[in-house]
Design a protein around this ligand. Structure first.
Ligand code: MIC
Ligand code: SF4
Length: 641
């Protein structure tokens, strides 16, 4: 039987395990990336492993999230990252050089290779035919040290594309359409493979928009074939030698096939506060807009920015609208300047922001109170913009500009036709802002600021665990709920004790105090608990606050892995009805841990309610050992691998 494209790359990187869906496989990792907000923790973890030089083919440390320097903290962290990278063999992409996923696509991604990154949108590189996963910092540290990356072998979903997008309908609308069809849980446990004749009509940056937002489906990753379009992109970047053709076998079998005819799509919009809350843009006309943001790792390529410039040319942004444009990389910004497109953007009244994540992670440009913000980004979770009552909608750059010009949510297909935007055959290549590692790592001193605090280490488990339910939450809790980001808190990503005071701030500001007082605690979650970002802080901080277990209806993939790595036991309700009976403050006793984990089911006594219920524990043998040891670091130190 033929193989899917993802299966082929998995097979060629398989270190252990068998490729039956649901069983654990270990993969050899060719490349890693980190960004600054998760990177400080990843390199602190890497340092504790005592490995002098990374063992990957390529590792890159980007600085793109925490670029506002309101105090010494971020600047110190940048300096730490620069020196620790130089010492251990990691390339360092300087602040201002661009968003990790955009720069990696342009300069480093390679078809057929594996990549893990400490950022959930690492699958963006799947637009180049790379098998790329978002992961927690500790998993990235292990991969830098030459260790394998463990995943549950996913199912294979295919999205079969036919037709061609109509003018003003974009790859972003394709992403929103698949979210409309599948929801934020629909890709859990699956790799999304994009194929069919419609694929060749999409450029690499357009494919990367689609693989980027595959993260919002909960998918393990997303991937496109590597074809002549890929070759042209790599050639334009001066990297044709990195090209290899790759595709699924014609008789590959998929667990599910979804058909999308590109020519039937229309502009779509995701309404507050979830990326799958999708409706046609045309259904929302007359809604006034306060703010427009263009950029992020989803929509900041040269192609996106050129279209934005073409639509803005000779026009100005409506008086009631505040608009920002953040090009994804220094390459994009330089080329916009060289072609004169930047002039049209500036003349429109838009505010040009740094080539960084910026407003996407609440690093500045928060909307006004109750403001309506249209963003070309990938997430619109409550509070993420930095304004708690802000209402964020996700759109394509075309819809964003159309709405900026009118001041109302506007379907761009109602505008006059736009001239097609041509891309240059050769891109401007200047890698001077990517610093190579030092030849002699021993000669480099790693510089640490006072904001870097040691990370917490969890305790091993005994056979009995008594825990108090310190919080009960509903479905689709994101890591932005658990450990918020934003300009106020992000500078403390390497200071877990300080960060802990903000844990679950969006849901319940009293949580940190209550968790501290409770001693050993448990969180009761709904379904898809921990969706969104890869930040391991959403596990490390609760662990620091005494959380030993989370019992939910289901978990998001990366967060579940982070919980296990942090030594927090993830359990699911065998009968979801038990979720309703379990309340905050109940005291629970979990006994016979080793035997229960091995059997895949534990009995939990609810001492407060005087009843028992069953909880499932779906962990591999390796994960069971990690839990018993109290987390991956303890497990590794005790000789586990
Ligand atoms: C995000 O988009 O939420 C982030 C910020 O890029 C995160 C990483 C982080 O929390 O630092 C992600 O997606 O993994
Ligand atoms: Fe940065 Fe936003 Fe992309 Fe996360 S989603 S990497 S914050 S641009």
């Amino acid at each position: 039987m033929g193989m899917t494209l993802a299966q082929k790359i998995i097979a060629s990187h398989l270190v252990a395990g068998d490729m039956t869906p649901g069983s654990e496989v270990a993969l050899r990792i060719d490349q890693t990336l980190t960004q600054d907000a998760t990177g400080t923790m990843a390199y602190l973890e890497f340092e504790t492993m005592g490995i002098p030089r990374v063992k990957t083919e390529l590792s890159v440390a980007y600085v793109d999230h925490n670029t506002l320097q309101c105090g010494f903290e971020n600047a110190d962290d940048h300096r730490y990252l620069q020196t620790v990278a130089a010492k251990h063999g990691v390339y360092f992409s300087r602040p201002g050089n661009g968003i990790c996923h955009q720069v990696h696509l342009e300069r480093f991604g390679r078809p057929g290779k594996t990549l893990i990154g400490s950022d959930s949108h690492t699958p963006t590189a799947g637009g180049l035919g790379m098998l790329a996963f978002g992961a927690g910092g500790l998993d990235v540290a292990v991969a830098m040290g030459g260790g394998a990356y463990y995943i549950t072998m996913p199912k294979m979903f295919k999205v079969h594309l036919t037709g061609r997008l109509r003018p003003y309908v974009t790859a972003k609308d394709v992403s929103l359409e698949i979210l409309r069809i599948l929801s934020v849980k629909g890709g859990v446990g699956a790799i999304m493979e994009w194929g069919g004749p419609g694929v060749e009509t999409l450029t690499v940056p357009e494919r990367a928009t689609v693989t980027n937002m595959g993260t919002e489906l909960g998918a393990t990753t997303s991937i496109f074939p590597s074809d002549e379009v890929t070759r042209a992109f790599l050639q334009a970047q001066g990297r044709e030698a990195d090209y290899i053709p790759l595709a699924a076998d014609p008789d590959a079998r998929y667990d599910r096939v979804i058909e999308i005819d590109l020519s039937t799509l229309e502009p779509l919009i995701a309404c507050p506060h979830s990326p799958d809350n999708v409706v046609p843009v045309s259904s929302l006309k007359d809604v006034p807009v306060d703010q427009i943001c263009i950029g992020s790792c989803t929509n900041s390529s040269l192609q996106d920015m050129r279209k934005v410039a073409a639509m803005l040319r000779g026009r100005t942004v409506a008086p009631g609208v505040s608009m920002s444009v953040s090009p994804g990389s220094r390459q994009v910004l330089t080329m916009l300047a060289q072609s004169g497109d930047l002039t049209h953007i500036l003349a429109s009244g838009a505010r040009l922001l740094e080539c960084a994540c910026g407003p996407c992670i609440g690093m500045g440009f928060a909307p006004n109170s109750g403001g309506i913000s249209l963003r070309t980004f990938n997430r619109n979770f409550t509070g993420r913009s930095g304004t708690r009552d802000g209402r964020v909608y996700l759109v394509s750059p075309e819809t964003a500009v159309a709405s900026a010009l009118t001041g109302y949510i506007t379907d761009p297909t109602t505008l006059a036709p736009m001239e097609p935007v041509a891309l240059p055959e050769i891109f401007h290549v200047d890698d001077s802002a990517v610093l190579p590692p030092a030849e002699d790592g021993d000669a480099v001193e790693v510089l640490r600021g006072p904001n870097i605090k040691p990370f917490p280490v969890s305790r091993p488990f005994t056979e009995e665990l008594t825990v108090r339910a310190v919080l009960k939450v509903g479905d689709n809790i994101t890591t932005d709920h658990i450990m918020p980001a934003g300009a106020r808190i992000l500078p403390y990503r390497s200071n877990i004790p300080y960060l802990s005071w903000f844990c679950f701030e969006v849901c319940d500001p009293e949580f940190p105090t209550r968790a501290r007082a409770a001693g050993d605690g448990v969180i009761i979650g709904g379904s898809n608990y921990g969706q969104g970002s890869s930040r391991e802080h959403a596990a490390l901080v609760p662990m620091y606050l005494g959380i030993r277990c989370v019992i939910g209806k289901s978990f998001a993939r990366i967060h579940q892995a982070n919980l296990i790595n942090a030594g927090i036991l993830p359990l699911t309700f065998a009968d979801p009805a038990d979720y309703d009976l379990l309340q905050q403050d109940h005291e629970l006793l979990i006994s016979h841990l080793t035997a229960g984990m091995a059997a895949g089911e534990l009995t939990v006594a609810d001492r407060t309610a005087g009843r028992t219920f069953r909880a499932k524990c779906d962990l591999s043998l390796r994960q069971q050992k990690i839990i018993l040891a109290g987390g991956l670091l303890n497990y590794t130190k005790s000789g586990g691998c």
